[in-house]
Design a protein around this ligand. Structure first.
Ligand SMILES: Cc1cc2nc3c(=O)[nH]c(=O)nc-3n(C[C@H](O)[C@H](O)[C@H](O)COP(=O)(O)O)c2cc1C
Length: 197
C-alpha cells in the first residue's frame, strides 16, 4: 500500500514541511505503508486549467513540469494532505493539483493534517474534501489538527507534547489504511471488468 504525504502549499518560508516531516515519520514507523512525500513546490502548477475537465478527458495535455506530480499521484493508493488555512480555505496550489487531475484521486482514500492560527487547518480541509468527493475519492472521518501550531512545535520543529497528536495520527492512519485497502481491491475489480469488456 503506497501512501503519499502531500505538502499542500508552496509559500516561501512555509511551515508545512515541518508538519509533513512529523507525520511522515509516524506513517513510516507504522509499517503498513510505503510512504512517499509529494511536495507541490517541486512541481509546475499553473492555475490556467485544461480546456476540458480531466473528469471528461482524463489525460489532458499537462505541462512538462507537472508530469512528475501526475506520476506520483498515480502511483499512490492513498493520500494524507498537509494543509494550512489560507483565508478560511485552502492553498491555491492544492486546488490546482486537484483540478488538473481526476483518475489520480478517484477511488482512493484521503486524510488531512491541518495547522494554522485559530482554526487549526479545519477550514483548509473541508473545502478540498468536498471537491475530492466529487472526484470519487473517499475522505476519511478523522483528521489531525494543530491550532496555534507555533505554540505546539518548538524551535527545532519537534512537538512539545507529542503523545496526543501521535494518537490522532495513528487513528487517521487506521482509517486511511482501511479505506485504501477496500478501494484498492475495488480498483482492481474495475480494471479486470474493463479488460474483459
Ligand atoms: C494568505 C494567508 C491567509 C491566512 N488565513 C488564515 C486563516 O484563515 N485562518 C487561520 O487560522 N490562519 C490563517 N493564516 C495563518 C496561517 O495559517 C499561518 O501563517 C501558517 O503558517 C500558514 O502555513 P504556511 O506557513 O505553511 O504557509 C493565513 C496565512 C496566510 C499567508
Amino acid at each position: 500500500m503506497r501512501l503519499a504525504v502531500v505538502i499542500g502549499n508552496v509559500r516561501d518560508g512555509r511551515f508545512g514541511p515541518t508538519v509533513a516531516r512529523w507525520f511522515t515519520e509516524i506513517a513510516a514507523k507504522d509499517g503498513r505503508f510505503t510512504v512517499d512525500v509529494i511536495d507541490l513546490a517541486d512541481h509546475e502548477l499553473p492555475v490556467g486549467l485544461p480546456a476540458v475537465s480531466p473528469r471528461l478527458d482524463p489525460d489532458p495535455e499537462r505541462p512538462e513540469g507537472m508530469h512528475g506530480l501526475t506520476e506520483a499521484l498515480t502511483a499512490a493508493d492513498a493520500f494524507v494532505v498537509v494543509t494550512p488555512d489560507y483565508n478560511r480555505s485552502y492553498p491555491a496550489a492544492l486546488k490546482a493539483a486537484i483540478d488538473w487531475h481526476f483518475t489520480q484521486w478517484e477511488y482512493k482514500a484521503i486524510g488531512f493534517v491541518g495547522y494554522s492560527g485559530a482554526s487549526g487547518g479545519l477550514l483548509g480541509h473541508r473545502a478540498p474534501a468536498a471537491g475530492l468527493h466529487r472526484l470519487n475519492a473517499h475522505t476519511v472521518r478523522d483528521y489531525v489538527s494543530f491550532p496555534r501550531y507555533y505554540l505546539l512545535f518548538d524551535e527545532s520543529g519537534s512537538l512539545r507534547e507529542p503523545e496526543e497528536p501521535a494518537a490522532a495520527a495513528g487513528e487517521l492512519l487506521d482509517q486511511v489504511h482501511w479505506w485504501a485497502s477496500a478501494s484498492a481491491a475495488g480498483r482492481q475489480d474495475r480494471s479486470r471488468q474493463a479488460a474483459t469488456i
